[in-house]
Design a protein around this ligand. Structure first.
Ligand code: ATP
Ligand code: MG
Length: 219
């Protein structure tokens, strides 16, 4: 189980302030929805929370470790051991089959469990993709690719799952199975942080943060 503490986080691009002054903590069992208009900074925030993007101000503290004080190697270890990330644009590897994509990050990190293949197939099956295991990304619909990317984020059971609009492009049934799979992690002591424009998905979160000015506040 992990704990996340966000202190005074902000991001500017070329002197333009996109986000500022974001502070909150997330405890095991929390699911937090980030809701704001398109282009206002959700993906930017999630990338900073997942230690994929450096902040302009403030810091993210993971289990007492201040990410700002870590070198590249320690930062990538902390990122790998803590987070599973569902990207807004899925970011699958085009030359790998669905099941191989699910295993790719763990494989790349040299952390593939002995039963990885079985778990990957199981996850894909639970997301309605049992008959698409061997398909390449170009043979999948956008909604199917999104579900593969959800399975990839969950393979190693990360303590914190970050999901950027995970139900985009999905029909009601697939959307519900993705949501069930994600919220189940939080229910079991994980942390789920996600961005969405989907009111129904946001309503399932234990906490919701909205944009006010350039900061996200809970209400
Ligand atoms: P959406 O709901 O459409 O996904 P979002 O809330 O996720 O939008 P972001 O992708 O975080 O929004 O973008 C926030 C702002 O930051 C946008 O105005 C965008 O143009 C700007 N931005 C993002 N990345 C960069 C960058 N690398 N350089 C300059 N500006 C950037
Ligand atoms: Mg976005």
């Amino acid at each position: 189980m992990s704990k996340l503490k966000v202190e005074n986080l902000g991001k500017s691009y070329d002197g333009n302030v996109i986000l500022e002054n974001i502070s909150f903590t997330a405890e095991p069992g929390d699911s937090i929805a980030f809701v704001s208009p398109s282009g206002s900074g959700k993906s930017t925030l999630l990338s900073m929370l997942g230690l994929l993007l450096s902040s302009t101000t403030g810091t993210v503290v993971v289990d007492g470790q201040d990410s700002d004080a870590l070198g590249d190697k320690e930062l990538s270890r902390l990122r790998r051991e803590t987070f599973g990330f569902v990207f807004q644009h899925t970011q699958l590897v085009g030359s790998l089959r669905a099941v191989e994509n699910v295993m790719a990050p763990a494989n790349f990190a040299g952390k593939l469990p002995f039963d990885a293949r079985e778990r990957a197939e199981q996850l894909l099956g639970s997301l309605g993709l049992a008959d698409r295991l061997m398909h390449y990304p170009y043979q999948l619909s956008i909604g199917q690719k999104r579900r593969v990317s959800v399975a990839r984020a969950l393979l190693l059971d990360p303590p914190i799952v970050i999901a950027d609009e995970p139900t985009n492009d999905l029909d009601a049934d697939s959307s519900a199975s993705v949501a069930d799979t994600l919220f189940e992690r939080a229910a079991n002591g994980g942390i789920l942080l996600f961005a969405t424009h989907d009111r129904e998905l946001a309503s399932r979160a234990s906490r919701v943060m909205h944009l006010e000015g350039k900061t996200f506040v809970e209400r």
